[in-house]
Every structure is written in structure tokens, then in C-alpha cells.
Design a protein around this ligand. Structure first.
Ligand code: ZN
Length: 366
């Protein structure tokens, strides 16, 4: 769940992102009654302990990658630990996928070994889905996607507690028309209120950019808004991070993600509290929107020049983005675009614009 962001306006790395971000709680809730267990044993305090299966930390990822790489022809330049450090928020399944994609890529490149380069190129694919070269996008839409993505990137980059921008692209991937990937620099087990507020502003950066630049908004921000709203709701209702509501939890959500059911909510609060919560959520979102807006307004020229380069190059790596943010021109850069080798396009699955792929590990933010 590190805030890796991808946007086609709402395509979704959601599958992977949300999946890797979600905490899987195995609990003997009423949703999975076990007929063989004596009801007395299921009294509170007995079987309702939660077992949280978290995504692996760097050492865990190193071990998992090694298991999946066993027997595969790795080139000498492959450094598994370095890959493990670059994939915070990846689940075991994501890591298995990464190794498979790298092997496929190496084969497509007609190599007899898998190089570090193949692994690195596969990270994006695992995060945001396969490239979709067949998708033709009008220049007008491309421009909107570019501003949307750069909006996410600039806001996140200039906020002190957001994860660094790893890559920005307007090449369609998965169901997204563009994406911005942010990766945390290290594994994290707690998330602070400041970090959440910065993440919310970053999520809103895409919509804000559309509004300011085009005086028009698109469906591209749908997924961003949904995620921002979920984060704010959790801050207010689960983590007691709202001043007006205070350090208490509101409602109790439970359910079993393995059964694919929606979370159910025990309503243990008044109408009055419900209204106060709604009002507070609204206030936090509005404040995040205003923060994003002032950052973009102050950096509008920079934004225009970054968008120009992005429209030309289609993908900006971290170093390139940094250089542009510092006001330098890209001529001073020697970063070379690698030719993209991808599988033939897969069937299209609907479209969204400019999704922010957050891979921040939102593990146990308590
Ligand atoms: Zn977006």
C-alpha cells in the first residue's frame, strides 16, 4: 500500500494496490461459524482474537523472492535484497508475480538469463498492470491525463510526509490511462495523522489540477476520491484522529474479506453522531483539497513545463522528475528511455483516468 499511484483516470491498480494494502483478518466472526466448535468456546475472549496476516517486510520479501527465483537462470547482476527493498507493500502473491513477469520479459527479450533490468521493468507491470499500446487516446485527453498525474506528483512531492514519486506515466496500463507511482523509502508499520493528511491531499491533486487547468473535471478522479474518502472515514471513525469527534471509535466494521462480502457495520452511535461524522469527513476532505489547490497554484508554471516534457516522453522516472522540479531542463539529464518490451495488448477492461497507485503499507496504523 505504498502510495504508488497510477491514473487513467480511474484505472486500477486497485486490484493489486488495495489487495496489498488490505489487512486480512482471520476471525471467528458470526460470518464463518464453525459447527464443530462448541458455542461455549466461541464466547468473546476465546476465539475472537484477531490474527493479522501482514504483508512481508524487506527480509520477508527477500526470502519470498529467493524461493520463487530458485531454479531460474539469474544473471550475475541480480540483487534480490535490493529488489526486496524496492517493493514495500508487495504481498507474497505480488512477489511471485514479479518473478514470473521478469522471466517472461527475459524470454521475450530473447535472453537466456533474467537480468536485474527485467525485474525492474516488471515492477511497474505488477503495480499498475500491463501496458496497453492499442489504446488510442486523443491529444486532448492525453493532456488532461498528463495534468492529472502531474497534479498528484507535484502535490505529493511538495508535502513533507508523502512518499516520494517514483514514476509518472501517461502510457495506459491496466485499466488506467495514466499513473503516478509513489514508493515509500522503507517499510513502515505505523502511519501518522500527518502522513494520512498528506496522502489525502496527494490523492486530490489530480482532480485539483483538472479543475484549475481546464476549468472542467472528469471521471478520471473517481477512484482517487473513493480512496481519499475511505482514508478520511478511517481517520475519523477508527483511529480517533479527528479533533471534533475525539479519540473514540464510531461504529464497528467487521466482515470476512475471504468470503468476498462487504464489511458489515454495527451501528452503535446516534443520529447526531452520524451527522457530526459526515460533517467532519467533509471538512477534512475540503481542507485537503485546499492544500492541494494552493500547492498547484503556487507551482503552476513548473507544472506546465513538466506536463510538456511528460507529453513528449510519456514516462518520467524519479530522477527526471526531480530534475524538472528543481527547475532544470531535461537536457542536463542522461537518463535513457529503455525500449519497452511488452506482451501484445490484452483485452481492454473499461477505462478510467489518472489513478494514483498507492503502495503505502497501511499496516496496522494504530
Ligand atoms: Zn488520479
Amino acid at each position: 500500500r505504498t502510495s504508488t499511484s497510477a491514473g487513467g483516470f480511474p484505472p486500477t491498480s486497485r486490484g493489486i494496490t488495495e489487495r496489498s494494502v488490505r489487512r486480512f483478518c482471520v476471525t471467528s466472526s458470526p460470518f464463518q461459524p464453525s459447527p464443530r466448535v462448541d458455542p461455549a468456546l466461541r464466547r468473546p475472549g476465546r476465539f475472537d482474537r484477531r490474527v493479522v496476516v501482514d504483508n512481508p517486510d524487506a527480509n520477508g520479501r527477500d526470502a519470498i523472492l529467493k524461493v520463487h527465483a530458485r531454479g531460474k537462470p539469474l544473471a550475475d547482476d541480480v540483487n534480490i535484497m535490493s529488489l526486496a527493498r524496492r517493493t514495500p507493500g508487495f504481498s507474497g502473491a505480488d512477489l511471485a508475480n514479479l518473478v514470473n513477469e521478469a522471466a517472461l520479459l527475459a524470454a521475450r527479450r530473447e535472453q537466456t538469463k533474467i537480468f536485474m533490468n527485467d525485474f525492474e521493468d516488471s515492477i511497474d507491470r505488477v503495480v499498475a498492470g500491463p501496458e496497453r499500446k492499442s489504446r488510442l487516446i486523443s491529444d486532448k485527453e492525453k493532456e488532461m491525463v498528463a495534468y492529472h498525474e502531474v497534479g498528484h506528483a507535484i502535490v505529493s512531492e511538495l508535502l513533507p510526509n508523502a512518499d516520494p514519486v517514483h514514476k509518472i506515466s501517461i502510457l495506459p496500463r491496466g485499466t488506467a490511462l495514466g499513473y503516478t507511482i509513489q514508493l515509500p523509502t522503507q517499510d513502515k508499520y505505523l502511519t501518522t495523522k500527518s502522513e494520512l493528511l498528506d496522502r489525502i491531499a496527494g490523492l486530490l491533486g489530480g482532480r485539483v489540477a483538472e479543475q484549475l487547468v481546464f476549468d472542467e473535471i472528469s471521471t478520471g478522479a473517481g477512484n482517487d476520491l473513493e480512496r481519499a474518502t475511505e482514508l478520511v472515514r478511517a481517520m475519523v471513525c477508527e483511529y480517533g484522529m479527528s479533533e471534533s469527534i475525539g479519540p473514540l471509535t464510531v461504529g464497528k466494521r467487521h466482515g470476512n474479506p475471504f468470503l468476498g462480502r462487504d464489511y458489515m457495520e454495527d451501528r452503535n452511535y446516534s443520529e447526531e453522531m452520524a451527522r457530526a461524522v459526515d460533517k467532519e469527513i467533509r471538512a477534512i476532505i475540503d481542507a485537503g483539497y485546499e492544500r492541494a489547490k494552493s500547492i498547484i497554484q503556487e507551482n503552476r508554471q513548473k507544472m506546465d513545463s513538466i506536463v510538456k516534457v511528460l507529453l513528449e516522453k510519456e514516462t518520467l522516472e524519479r530522477e527526471e522528475f526531480d530534475t524538472l522540479m528543481e527547475g532544470a531542463s531535461l537536457n542536463s539529464l542522461t537518463v535513457q528511455r529503455k525500449p519497452a518490451f511488452e506482451k501484445p495488448s490484452e483485452p481492454e477492461v473499461g477505462g478510467t483516468v489518472g489513478e494514483k497507485v498507492d503502495r503505502k503499507p497501511e499496516k496496522n496504523p494504530r
